[in-house]
Design a protein around this ligand. Structure first.
Ligand SMILES: *Cc1c(COP(=O)(O)O)cnc(C)c1O
Length: 476
């Protein structure tokens, strides 16, 4: 494809995306295809001869689009948001166009240095500790996901605790039942035996980790000659956006020199708003902290920012320098090679999309986006509470509302089954998309609000559908 051909087709693709976003409400929110349907629309072999790009776009419309779930739909309320935005898409396009592989500073200095700029900017915007800035002892790095972030944090923590040769089989990890599954996965990948992962009790009401019990577990392990390696605290759990008491947890970690990783994948970006900074209370105790601009901060997947309070253990743990990567810049010690901060060697120029987002919206635009999500979640919760047939959080946590239909006369088990059936009816309707979780053993529905296109009218529309399906079920 020549640059001239690219210009022509590229314009068409940008138009295609703009038309898609302008008309997104025409689609059912969740894909309607069954398993194998998309695959069956494609031949077994790739074409022998190349075809015009128009034909490819036609195939996209016919065979791919029916299998798309519309995450940018204003009534997509499932899981957590996966924001995309114009500036982020354009930033990503520029990254693709440059085709840079930024494994070393040497292989494209701007790829490294712009990343340093944006992660430091973001640390400032979120009010994170000064020590985490690159010009201090810490630093930030863009990872593909919070899952990779906790894996490298764990590897750094293991390295800090044991060095190259210590007996890692004695290392223990601490999570709660609410901790994201990525921590257990990281433990598996890093070779921490499952029996060394401790589950700390949680407050039954708030679902927050109980620091007193954490202290008891750490003391017992320490006394038994085991090495408490890492504690994961969560700010905004995946299930209900519960917030662990990071300060109290951090004090326990200090006592036993355990690494404190704070997982704020979803909620952390809310700290762009001064009035929401309370969520980060105590993060100065953290050794590492992750939040995902690719969830709620207008930056399309993938863009997860990990900060460390001290970059040395991370770099020590992950740096291996084979002859073919040797270069004068690395040896001078004056540059950062982010390959030493992550699992893969190669790196995309992800900083461009985050830079485009920060530049286009400015701090004020980002705050307004978060405030809109929080306000709409409060509106949704209010609608749920005003309807006598539902129980909902008094105070939704940030953009997430957990709520439950009431089924008078049903046993707990019957009620959970009815709630599940209601969820299926709603998601099959195509009008909205919700997800669910279990709290204290009971089925609960989740509405996560934060798509850039979601407005009050969408929240009302979604709620009316929920109330109507519920009434139908009760009458039917
Ligand atoms: C979404 C989420 C993750 C996983 O995020 P990825 O970036 O998709 O790996 C981890 N922890 C929490 C609390 C989350 O909400």
């Amino acid at each position: 494809m020549s640059p001239e051909e690219f210009r022509e087709h590229g314009k068409r693709v940008v138009d295609w995306i703009a038309d898609y976003l302008a008309g997104i409400e025409r689609h059912p929110v969740r894909a309607t295809v069954g398993p194998g349907e998309v695959r069956a629309a494609f031949p077994d072999e790739p074409p022998e001869q190349g075809r015009p790009f128009e034909q490819l776009l036609g195939e996209l419309d016919r065979s791919v689009m029916p299998g798309i779930t519309h995450w940018q739909h204003p009534r997509f309320l499932a899981y957590f948001p996966a924001n995309a935005s114009g500036p982020a898409v354009l930033g990503d396009l520029l990254s693709a166009g440059l085709g840079v592989q930024g494994m070393l500073w040497e292989t494209s200095p701007a790829c490294t240095e712009l990343e340093t700029v944006v992660v430091d900017w973001l640390a400032g915007l979120l009010g994170l500790p000064d020590q985490w800035r690159t010009d201090a002892r810490g630093g930030g790095v863009i990872q593909d996901s919070a899952s990779s972030a906790v894996l490298v944090a764990l590897v750094a923590a293991l390295h800090r605790a044991f060095g190259e040769r210590g007996n890692r089989a004695t290392g223990t990890l601490y999570v709660s039942e609410q901790t994201h599954s990525s921590v257990a996965k990281a433990a598996r990948i890093a070779g921490v035996p499952p029996g060394n992962v401790r589950v700390v009790e949680q407050d039954p009401r708030t679902l927050a980790m109980c620091p007193e019990h954490l202290g008891t577990l750490l003391a017992a392990d320490h006394a038994a000659g085991r090495v408490p390696v890492l504690v994961c605290a969560t700010i905004g759990t995946t299930s209900t956006a519960a917030i662990d008491p990071v300060r109290a947890i951090g004090q326990v970690c200090r006592e036993y020199r355990a690494w404190l990783h704070v997982d704020a994948a979803y909620a952390g970006v809310a700290a762009v708003c001064e009035e929401l900074r309370w969520i980060n209370d105590g993060v100065e105790y953290a050794d590492s902290y992750v939040t995902d601009p690719h969830k709620w901060l207008l930056t399309n997947f993938d863009c997860s920012v990990l900060w460390v309070a001290d970059r040395q253990p991370l770099v020590d743990a992950l740096s291996i320098l084979p002859e073919y990567l040797r270069n004068a810049a690395t040896e001078s010690g004056e540059v950062i090679d982010y390959r030493d901060w992550q699992v893969p060697l190669g790196r995309r120029f992800r900083a461009l999309k985050l830079w485009a987002v920060l530049g286009w919206y400015g701090a004020e635009g980002l705050r307004e986006h978060i405030r809109t999500g929080v306000a709409l979640a409060a509106e949704f919760a209010e609608l749920a509470r005003a309807d006598g047939n539902f129980a909902a959080d008094e105070d939704p946590r940030l953009g997430l509302v957990c709520f439950r239909p009431l089924w008078p006369g049903y046993t707990a088990e019957q009620a959970d089954r009815a709630t599940g059936a209601l969820l299926d009816r709603l998601n099959d309707s195509g009008v909205l998309y919700l997800s669910h979780t279990r709290v204290a053993g009971r089925m609960v529905l989740r509405a996560a609000i934060g798509a850039p296109a979601t407005r009050s009218e969408h929240v009302h529309h979604a709620w009316h559908r929920i109330a109507a399906e519920y009434r139908d079920m009760r009458q039917g």
